[in-house]
Write a protein that binds this ligand. Structure first.
Ligand code: NAD
Length: 351
């Protein structure tokens, strides 16, 4: 499959097997004053040799390895990185490269966008979730009280998406990424959903050409939506399908449940609520697809706990809770609920 070159505003997205080879050229063109790489301990050990190769080929001034997992996505890690960059005399003409999953991407993007009001940034996502979803769209962030409550919109100079990294993901991590791809299918592409339904075994078996195909299709769906509403004032909100409940689950379980799994439960509940409110009639199909990938569909916490946390969601407006629901596949609808209404509808659903 050919390597695709896509654009979001003035940032390049290079997608396809082998795309990592473009890194050196991109860095040369940027000609940064200093270069830092940020990754996590898991990725640093799995990709030790590849990272050494990269470091040799572009030459770096700071190599920052964080603990892996959502819990580092906070202000103290951001502060630690800012301090390293200051100490190493990074200027506005410097570059940071994020090399890892969605946590590394969100955090590196946040640091890049705030250090000296914004420095060069390249994102190399290495999980399916990050390649098919989180690296796209320019959202950066850290968690504080609620999920991603502090953050910026910042477009990297380049995003290099090489599906070769999927080879080392566990089945659980792979499924975690499929959850966001299912979301894109439900929102905008029945044919993507069919591909997931018909080829789940090959996808779980890490057939890289098929995985490349679903990544590309997922990216195109997201780019199409964000090109119409970059700052999420309108249509982009549909990308939050499953996320109001998902984020509340992550927070309630102190991030022990990974993002994609929390979104999976969120998708299951969004379907059930859509059935009650809008007569959506494909709940069984959605639940079936989630289950094909071994993704969870049941709430891991009591509904009342969840509703308290849903009130903290960024999308809420005028004291109401906003949910993305489905009238049909490819027909998302944004609805606002009072706390009482949401308690009634979630309380009435059998987990
Ligand atoms: N910015 C956005 O638009 C957006 C969208 C969706 C999700 N997110 C964020 O993304 C994060 C979740 O991303 P994630 O699921 O990638 O989490 P993650 O970054 O924690 O990665 C998951 C695990 O996979 C490991 N890993 C990474 N690459 C690997 C590889 N190639 N092989 C083996 N292991 C590898 C990591 O070390 C980590 O342990 C959440 O913080 C979520 O809020 C952001």
């Amino acid at each position: 499959m050919p390597i695709d070159i896509l654009y979001q505003l003035n940032g390049k997205i290079i997608v396809g097997l082998g795309s990592l080879k473009y890194l050196k050229d991109i860095v040369n063109k940027l000609n940064p004053q200093k270069i830092g790489i940020i990754t996590d301990s898991n990725v640093a050990s799995i990709y030790r040799d590849r990272l050494i190769q990269i470091i040799k080929s572009i030459g770096i001034d700071a190599y920052i390895i964080l603990r892996s997992g959502e819990r580092v996505k906070n202000i103290s890690t951001a502060t630690r990185i800012w301090k390293i960059l200051i100490k190493k005399e990074f200027t506005r003409e410097s570059l940071v490269i994020g090399f890892g999953g969605g946590v590394i991407g969100d955090l590196t993007g946040f640091v890049a966008s705030t250090y000296m009001r914004g420095i060069h940034y390249i994102n190399i996502p290495t999980t399916l979730l990050a390649q098919a979803d989180s690296a796209i769209g320019g959202k950066t962030g850290i968690d504080m009280d609620g999920k991603n409550l502090i953050g910026t919109f910042y477009i990297p100079n380049a995003i290099i998406i090489d599906p070769i990294f999927i080879e080392t993901l566990s089945t659980k991590q792979l499924a975690n990424g499929v959850s966001e791809i299912i979301k894109h299918g439900v929102i905008a592409s029945n044919s993507l959903l069919k591909m997931l339904e018909n080829h789940h075994e090959k996808i779980l078996g890490k057939d890289l050409s098929l995985i490349e195909k679903i990544i590309k299709s997922s990216i195109k769906i997201k780019l199409n939506i964000i090109s119409r509403d970059f700052r999420e004032r309108g249509i982009r909100r549909i990308l939050n399908l499953g996320h109001t409940i998902g984020h509340a689950i992550e927070k309630a379980t102190e991030y022990r449940i990974p993002h994609g799994e929390a979104v999976s439960v969120g998708l299951a509940y969004a379907s059930k609520i859509s059935e009650v409110i809008l007569g959506f009639d494909e709940t069984d199909r959605i639940m079936g697809i989630l289950e094909l990938f071994g993704l969870p569909t049941k709430l891991p916490v009591k509904p009342y706990r969840l509703i308290d946390l849903m009130k903290l969601d960024k999308k809420n407006w005028r004291g109401k809770i906003t949910l993305v629901l489905m009238r049909k596949i490819e027909e998302p609808v944004i609805k606002e609920f009072t706390e009482g209404e949401i308690r009634k509808v979630i309380g009435g659903i059998n987990g």
